[in-house]
Design a protein around this ligand. Structure first.
Ligand code: AMP
Ligand code: ZN
Length: 506
């Protein structure tokens, strides 16, 4: 098969997972050329845009580069794995766009001032910055554990307050913001005709209808949202000076200010969980567009929730696990990543320990296959892959082009594993073809990031292995067995192969 042969394999097995969308046309196949040349950008990626509720071809404002904004954590506690579902989905998005040759500039904010962070630091009697630092550090450690690529910027809200004040001033000058009796400033939603379009809301539901809640009675309209919250005693020393007196920004203006400061007035993609659609993202649009006069984000992507027994996993519901809780129970970061990654982002993900066990089993299958493939490839330069394999590898990416259809993509991968294993069993896979499939797997893994941990072998284990080799050379079989047991006690298994001893983690 040539590198640009688009034909589908004659007998690729039906993929039971890949039925969500109609198939996209096949892309030019450069996957198994034996090189790592990225496919050229924008050959058919499409996304379901929350704004239009349609599947749309993705075209960034500047061809080839993507400006991506993703709402980040509120750093008042350890993030739970529901939060990480959103971040893993965004990681898949970034990695797939990069695999398709786009350069991605990504910003993820840290909400380090809001009601919850203020309450947290006041309860402990510590400074806000000291309180949030602990959770910022924990968040970055968790990103590493889950192999989530670092964004280009992680702006903290407290570093952008002057810009937020500036935006609110512009809104006030345009009479879109008003100050209420309590000195807080609100966004007048009646001044933004597009308000409600993202969430597809009936605005009549947000029309004034008397006093709704005691803390909102000063607003003109129940739907108006806070831009600036006037200081009160409960805020302690958390306050900034502003033209309206001391106070702090509202949550929504934080994201508008950080997104436009770092990515400009117009973004290509803005992401979050579905709970962010309203009011947070709706408010971000209203604020940003009222200030800039430009369309804030072209494509809005939202992941469905991680659920526990039918309910959204949330701190407030008390039904959450942090990443650390699961690591303490013996699950690894990559197993948790796999479980979060492999359900299509627009479908609810039901969290169960059986699901994690399934992730562990799937990873073991992939690891064994990749190890077999590497052994067969035996460092040979890659040649052309068998036609079926090349089509399955290309298919992995075309499924992801289709609104990140990861279950379809994983179906292609497992078909590839089955077909390759069959060829390896019947010894019909030449080393150079195995090397080509291995190169395809590496490309797939640049998106999945699920390779085994590179565990360095401890020096103590290596010393026992050497002693054992010496014992074997001296035909001291009892000594050799004893040393094998010592190695096993340290958690390693030694296997004798024609290339010498091979170590694996027990
Ligand atoms: P928060 O720290 O609550 O602002 O949430 C940070 C991100 O996690 C947002 O994008 C939320 O939409 C997302 N998120 C929160 N809970 C869940 C959940 N159970 N499943 C998926 N995403 C969630
Ligand atoms: Zn946000």
């Amino acid at each position: 098969m040539t590198n640009c042969d688009h034909r589908r394999p004659k007998h690729t097995l039906a993929n039971p997972h890949a039925t969500r969308h109609s198939p996209t046309p096949p892309l030019p196949c450069t996957v198994l050329s034996g090189t790592t040349t990225p496919l050229s950008p924008n050959m058919g990626v499409r996304f379901f845009n929350t704004y239009t509720r349609k599947l749309e071809d993705f075209k960034p404002i500047q061809p080839g580069s993507v400006k991506l904004y993703t709402c980040g954590p509120t750093v008042y506690n350890f993030a739970h794995i529901g939060n990480f579902r959103a971040y893993v989905f965004e990681d898949l998005l970034q990695r797939h766009l990069e695999a398709r040759g786009f350069s991605v500039r990504r910003v993820m904010n840290l909400t380090d001032v809001d009601d919850k962070t203020i309450r947290g630091c006041r309860n402990l009697g510590v400074r806000l910055a000291d309180f949030t630092q602990k959770y910022k550090d924990a968040f970055f450690a968790d990103l590493t554990t889950l192999r989530i690529k670092r964004a280009d910027h992680f702006p903290a809200a407290t570093d952008y307050v002057p810009r937020m004040i500036e935006m609110i001033r512009v809104l006030e000058q345009r009479e879109i913001a008003y100050q209420a009796e309590d000195k807080s400033l609100y966004f007048r939603i009646s001044k933004f005709p597009g308000y409600g379009k993202l969430a597809h809301l009936n605005l009549d539901e947000l029309r004034p209808s008397g006093r709704i809640a005691s803390d909102e009675y000063e607003k003109e309209n129940v739907g108006d949202f806070a831009l600036w919250k006037a200081w009160d005693e409960a805020d302690g020393d958390v306050k900034w000076d502003s033209p309206w007196g001391p106070g702090r920004p509202g949550w929504h203006i934080e994201c508008s200010a950080m997104a436009t400061a770092l990515l400009g007035d117009e973004l290509d993609i803005h992401c979050g969980g579905v709970d962010n659609i309203f009011p947070h993202h709706e408010a971000e649009i209203a604020q940003s567009e009222s200030v800039t006069g430009k369309r804030f984000a072209r494509t809005w992507l939202h992941c469905a929730h991680l659920m526990v027994e039918g309910e959204k996993m949330a701190k407030s519901a008390g039904n959450f696990f942090t990443l650390r809780d699961l690591l303490d129970k013996g699950w690894s970061g990559r197993e948790i990543r796999y479980a979060l990654l492999t359900v299509n982002y627009r479908l609810p993900l039901n969290f169960t320990f059986d699901g994690l066990a399934g992730a562990r089993a799937a990873l073991q299958r992939i690891d064994e296959w990749a190890a077999r493939l590497a052994a067969q490839a035996a460092q040979q330069p890659p040649a052309t892959a068998p036609e079926n394999a090349a089509a399955l590898i290309a298919g992995f990416f075309t499924h992801l082009d289709d609104d990140l259809n990861i279950s379809g993509a994983m179906g292609q991968l497992f078909d590839l594993i089955r077909e390759t294993n069959r060829a390896l069993d019947s010894t019909t896979l030449p080393p150079a073809a195995a090397a080509a499939i291995l190169a395809g797997w590496q490309r797939i893994n640049s998106v999945l990031a699920i390779e085994p941990e590179a565990v360095p072998v401890p020096a103590e284990v290596l010393a026992f292995v050497e002693q054992r080799q010496a014992a074997r050379a001296a035909k001291d079989w009892a000594g050799s067995d004893r040393l094998r047991d010592e190695i096993a006690k340290l958690g390693w298994t030694v296997k004798d192969t024609k290339d010498g001893p091979k170590l694996t983690r027990a």
